[in-house]
Design a protein. Structure first.
Length: 311
């Protein structure tokens, strides 16, 4: 028993014991282990409010992305239904300000400002079509607009800024609007293909991805429209041969775009005749690609019968 008690004798807090129990020293003079790297706390890049249909614009500086976005939104709000900021989203106030600027400026012929570098302009919106059919439902739309300078960063195997990477890597439904202008398309064939390669590296199957190629500033051709589908096909094949192969192989959509007659006055471009025909085409393509129904869907037989009586 004496041996048992001896083994489990309680510690005495004499000088020797105090030396044993002295706390770890945090003396700054101690050398830090050079072969050990501590892990820092990272900031989450998780995308909030994923329950939406995200629309990502790709295009270099001055390609016309902001013009396309503003005219599409104007068409949806002025001709197709109600377009409003989605309540409860992080940027609902910012979206409201941007929408007001878009809508006020477009009727004055003022083109939108360029997007700031290293920043994604995110617009969380709700679109409620004026079509009475139950098949034509309201949808959430989140438009993502980025600086053209950032898209140039992926040339020759480069990478995007983290603000853009977070959206491309996120598990959200993405529609891609790839924009190149009438007067610079021949210089961007390689870059567009690098972007498509980047999407494939991120696991986006181009055979099933929702994407459209837009040739903007078509008014610089001297016309507001194309004479035939062959004219657009010929332009893309001639100016963008590699992109044409990807588009045709994967069955992606393609179209042209113009906002109307644009004149350069005192070093500033202004619209003096607004044309929303291509904004209508692209908006209807976007809605159908998301829902499977046309914005001007006439309704089922019973709905058509009901509409005829109500009218």
């Amino acid at each position: 028993m004496d041996n048992f008690n001896e083994k489990f004798k309680p510690l005495s807090f004499d000088q020797e014991a105090e030396e044993m129990l002295k706390p770890l020293s945090f003396d700054n003079d101690q050398q830090i282990q050079e072969d050990f790297v501590p892990i820092s706390r990272t900031i989450s890049n998780d995308i909030k409010n994923k329950e939406s249909n995200f629309v990502f614009f790709f295009g270099t500086a001055d390609s016309g992305k902001s013009v396309i976005l503003s005219s599409m939104l104007y068409y949806l709000k002025s001709h197709a239904g109600v377009l409003r900021p989605k309540l409860g989203t992080p940027n609902s106030k910012e979206a409201n300000v941007l929408l007001s600027d878009f809508f006020e400026n477009i009727r004055q012929g003022i083109l939108p400002n360029r997007t700031s570098r290293d920043k994604v302009t995110r617009l969380d919106l709700v679109f409620e079509p004026n079509n009475k059919s139950k098949k034509v439902v309201p949808i959430d739309l989140t438009f993502l607009e980025t600086s053209g300078e950032n898209h140039n960063e992926i040339r020759r195997g480069g990478s995007y800024h983290s603000s853009i990477e977070s959206f491309l890597n996120a598990n959200v439904p993405l529609t891609f609007i790839i924009v190149t202008s009438y007067d610079s398309a021949h210089r961007e064939d390689s870059l567009i293909n690098e972007f498509l390669d980047e999407l494939e590296r991120k696991g986006k199957n181009l055979k099933s991805v929702n994407a459209v190629l837009i040739i903007s500033k078509w008014d610089k051709s001297g016309r507001m429209d194309v004479e035939s589908a062959e004219e657009l096909e010929g332009f893309i094949s001639d100016r963008l041969p590699m992109t044409a192969q990807r588009i045709n192989t994967y069955g992606l959509s393609k179209s042209y775009y113009t906002i109307g007659s644009v004149q350069n006055s005192v070093g500033q471009e202004r619209v003096n005749l607004l044309n929303l025909s291509t904004a209508e085409v692209l908006s209807k393509w976007l809605y159908r690609s998301i829902t499977g129904y046309d914005l001007d869907y006439e309704g089922t037989f019973w709905e058509r019968l009901k509409f005829s009586f109500s009218n």
